[in-house]
Design a protein around this ligand. Structure first.
Ligand code: ADP
Ligand code: ZN
Ligand code: ZN
Length: 727
């Protein structure tokens, strides 16, 4: 083609496949380029062509040229491109959009960012070998200056104003290279002597250096982080890098300080979505260039390129924030495991309440489990958990007498309490207060959700609908109502009944500001709070010091729910929230108000028996045909009109069913959160006991649905969620 090559470029647009462009000189895969697209100039990344997605039958006269290679950086590394490609194919998300989700914002820019790489320049062996001719004064001066050692761009410019251009050319010709600073020897801050269980875990981890997913199952406060730190120290000593993924809420200054003071000479890079673009990008580049030793970050940091990666840690692996809920709906833990396998390195998942997926993987022998059953710190013990049976008790605004008394006792002793309100929000199941009947679907194993306005019960799995019964179908008692009702007014009730208490409420509103948690911690540790009140947010890994009482209200709502993961989440949350009590010297107490004191979940909670309850939940899931026994994907559609979303999905089902070998398609059904931002949401469930069968169907879905969606016009949007966590 008259001296031009054809390359494939991935671009940030919602179209599958890549785009062909002409180029004059060879461009490496991974190079960032500026290309014309439609009527704008955009940033793209050159990729190797996707097998099977040929570029034949291109009209050469219509092909456009790459405008320029965005230099200043070497091509993106192959390991990064491979991870992106895997994520794109597994989550069935366009390659270009996947790639641009994985890149920091600063690298998505089509402007030529030649100043991105701050590393100094040095002459390569080839560059050193031959001096420029004496008549090229600027060149010679720069060359001579670089004989004495690497120069930063600024220093080089002081030698000659042409330095920028010259160095770019030398880089391209291989006469110069970028150099990283000499590594400093590892220094280690003070570490406690490991307890027996910790030492055993560390020894097991050290004995197996290759790929292996590990579950470090340790009760709250058992010293998991200490195990991570000591294992990471091994890798840093061997000049390897470590990647530590943590949930959003756990990425606190305290945690970063703990790493920084353990590894005072090492470069620790933090990656999360609230960083300023420049800061995020420079951390990313340092990691890629091998200069960062440890990367600590939220789910997005799983994509950070790390050429010397030796270990991945996923702390609180059960946490929902590892799953992205829009765009590329990836699960960072699952990508971390794929990445570790590729790199042949260990991946350590830590949790006090591992996900059932992980428990099942341990059971199947794919993951190895290490247990820490005792708290590490001094005399700290697990709290005493007691149930408060509210069936025969009169509640004052939802508060039982024993809970009120316990709160008063703490107030009198000037100890802090926490009131945890389980608020499930929008999808209540109806229950009978007399016999415990709950609304189940007659056609599948899901629970029916009450829609009070229409007085209907609906199944969000298969779409079944029926009127709300007037009385309990089992015992005839008319007193049936949505579970979890009555928790809404609790906060103000508490304040009224205990006027002398200083109550601090924690929820999404009060903690949305960036430094809000710092303020919470400051107040708590300054002793300015008597009672912390809050919802799910409190169940995460916070250390509130001298907390001695945890009261749990409204938990029953999670026992019987339309979301089959609700009881797993409730149990995990209650274990975690109970773990907030008695972390220091004083033993903690946990009181749980419930109408179902005989429920196995509460029995397991009282006995601190995670393993037993997880095993019974797994059994239940397998019998009901829910994950991890089966693999699921949700095909979602949303539209201003529910009828249109449903019609689209019905047509989609008809088109997909003939292709669905070994895959069950159910629905359409309204989403659990059926209405969001003026749009009605509905979904199809695609599921199969074979991951392969499910993905074979998903592979064929895009062209089928693109065609169908066109006939529905712009108002309709669809998306696919592989391994969905939320309904
Ligand atoms: P987890 O990550 O399991 O919640 P941490 O590693 O944060 O546990 O440890 C909980 C507390 O116990 C911390 O204050 C930590 O400093 C302390 N700790 C951990 N390991 C030890 C140990 N071997 N000896 C003494 N204290 C320890
Ligand atoms: Zn009944
Ligand atoms: Zn159903």
């Amino acid at each position: 083609m008259n001296g031009s090559d054809l390359v494939q470029v991935a671009i940030d647009v919602p179209l599958s496949g890549t785009f062909s462009y002409l180029t004059q000189s060879a461009v490496m895969p991974g190079a960032r380029v500026r290309v014309p697209f439609g009527n704008r100039l955009v940033c793209g990344v050159v990729v190797t062509p996707i097998p099977g997605e040929g570029v034949e039958a291109l009209d050469a006269s219509k092909l456009k040229r790459i405008e320029m290679v965005l230099d200043g950086l070497p091509p993106l590394p192959d390991e990064f491109l491979q991870l992106v490609r895997f994520a794109s194919s597994y989550y069935h998300h366009p390659l270009g959009q996947t790639l641009f989700t994985a890149l920091p914002t600063g690298l998505r820019d089509p402007k030529n960012p030649s100043r991105l790489d701050k590393r100094p320049f040095a002459l390569s062996a080839g560059g050193l070998a031959e001096a420029p001719p004496a008549r090229q004064k600027a060149r010679l001066a720069l060359w001579q200056a670089m004989q004495d050692g690497p120069l930063t761009l600024e220093a080089a410019k002081a030698v000659t104003p042409q330095a920028g251009k010259l160095l770019s050319a030398w880089l391209a010709e291989g006469l110069a290279e970028r150099v990283s600073p000499e590594p400093v020897p590892l220094r280690l801050g003070d570490a406690p002597e490991l307890k027996d269980e910790q030492a055993q875990a560390l020894a097991a981890l050290r004995a197996q250096p290759g790929f292996q997913p590990w579950l470090l199952h340790g009760v709250t406060g058992s010293g998991k982080t200490e195990v991570y730190l000591q294992l990471i120290a091994d890798h840093l000593a061997a000049r390897r890098q470590a990647l530590v993924l943590v949930p959003e809420i756990n990425l606190t200054p305290q945690l970063i300080d703990r790493f920084a003071s353990r590894f005072p000479a090492s470069r620790i890079v933090v990656q999360h979505s609230h960083l300023a673009d420049g800061e995020r990008m420079h951390g990313w580049l340092d990691a890629w260039h091998g200069e960062a030793d440890v990367v600590i970050g939220t789910r997005l940091s799983v994509f950070t390129p790390l050429p010397r990666l030796g270990l991945i840690v996923v702390d609180e692996e059960h946490d929902g924030s590892f799953k992205q809920q829009d765009g590329l709906r990836y699960h960072a833990r699952d990508l971390a495991i794929w990445r570790a396998r590729r790199a042949g390195i260990p991946v350590l998942l830590g949790s006090a309440t591992p996900s059932l997926e992980t428990v099942a993987n341990v059971e199947a022998g794919r993951y190895r489990k290490l247990a820490l059953n005792r708290r590490a710190h001094g005399s700290a013990r697990l709290p005493d958990v007691r149930l408060v049976d509210t069936r025969r008790k009169k509640l004052a605004e939802g508060l039982s007498e024993p809970v009120l008394e316990a709160l008063k006792a703490r107030l009198a002793r000037q100890e802090m309490s926490l009131v945890f309100i389980n608020r499930r929000g929008f999808a209540p199941v109806v229950a009978c207060t007399a016999c415990g009947w709950t609304s189940g679907c007659p056609h599948c194993s899901a629970k029916l959700v009450v829609h009070l306005m229409e007085r209907k019960l609906r199944c969000h799995h298969c779409g079944w609908e029926e009127p709300v019964p007037r009385a309990c179908p089992d015992c005839g008692d008319p007193d049936i109502k949505p579970l979890g009702e009555g928790t809404q007014r609790l906060e103000s009730a508490l304040q009224r009944m205990l006027p002398e208490a200083r109550v601090l409420r924690i929820d999404r509103d009060t903690t949305s500001r960036k430094d809000a948690w710092d303020e919470v911690y400051r107040k708590v540790h300054a002793g300015e709070v008597d009672i912390l009140v809050g919802t799910q947010m409190l169940a995460k890994g916070h250390d509130f010091g001298t907390l001695s009482l945890v009261a749990v209200l409204g938990a029953d709502g999670g026992l019987y729910s339309a979301d089959f993961r609700a009881s797993e989440r409730l149990f995990s949350q209650l274990m975690q929230v109970a773990g907030r009590a008695g972390r220091a010297e004083a033993a903690g107490e946990v009181l749980v108000q419930t109408q179902w004191p005989d429920h196995p979940l509460y029995h397991a909670l009282v006995a601190h028996d995670f393993d037993g309850y997880a095993a019974s939940l797994l059994d239940e899931r397998r019998q009901a045909g829910f994950p991890p026994g089966v693999f699921q994907a949700l095909l979602r559609a949303d539209c201003p009109e529910l009828a249109q979303a449903t019609a689209f999905l019905r047509q989609a089902r008809d088109l997909l069913e003939p292709l669905a070998e070994g895959v069950l398609i159910s629905g359409p059904a309204p989403a659990l959160m059926a209405r969001l931002a003026q749009r009605e949401r509905a979904q199809l469930v695609l599921e199969s006991p074979q991951r392969g069968a499910l993905h074979r169907l998903l592979d064929q879905l895009q062209p089928v649905l693109d065609g169908l969606a066109k006939s529905h016009g712009r108002a309709l949007r669809w998306s696919l969620d592989v391994d969905p966590q939320d309904w």
